[in-house]
Design a protein around this ligand. Structure first.
Ligand code: ZN
Length: 122
């Protein structure tokens, strides 16, 4: 195990191009995309800052690490924004001709609900 750790230990990135640590050997301040997400963060446009490598089933595995200090809060719609979104979606189900809210979106091509479109077509 020590040899594997040594093989995957390249904090300067001289061997792998980016700082590389063995699994669980990464210093604080780095997190995987999943760990960021669990913390309510996202990489925020930064590129991969480091990687961890370990010998897993089927060969060497790699997980990419991002810098936590460069991570941004996840974009989460606020209750107000969610309300606005659901209002907008609901508006798309209301027929402009009969003002009835339909269980489907009013087709753009018709400009009104299927019932109204039928009537005007017949
Ligand atoms: Zn209608």
């Amino acid at each position: 195990m020590a040899r594997i750790r040594a093989a995957f230990h390249d904090p300067d990135g001289s061997r792998y191009g980016i700082p590389t640590f063995w699994w669980r050997g990464a210093p604080a301040g780095f997190a995987t995309r999943r760990q960021l997400r669990d913390a309510g963060l996202r990489p925020g446009g930064q590129s991969v800052a480091a990687q961890v490598m370990w010998a897993g089933i089927g060969g060497v595995r790699v997980a990419y690490l991002y810098r936590i200090d460069l991570a941004r809060p996840k974009r989460v719609a606020s209750p107000r924004q969610r309300q606005a979104i659901s209002r907008a979606l609901r508006a798309r189900r209301i027929c402009p001709s009969c003002r009835v809210e339909r269980p489907y979106y009013i087709p753009r091509s018709l400009g009104e609900c299927l019932d109204c479109a039928d009537v005007s077509a017949g």
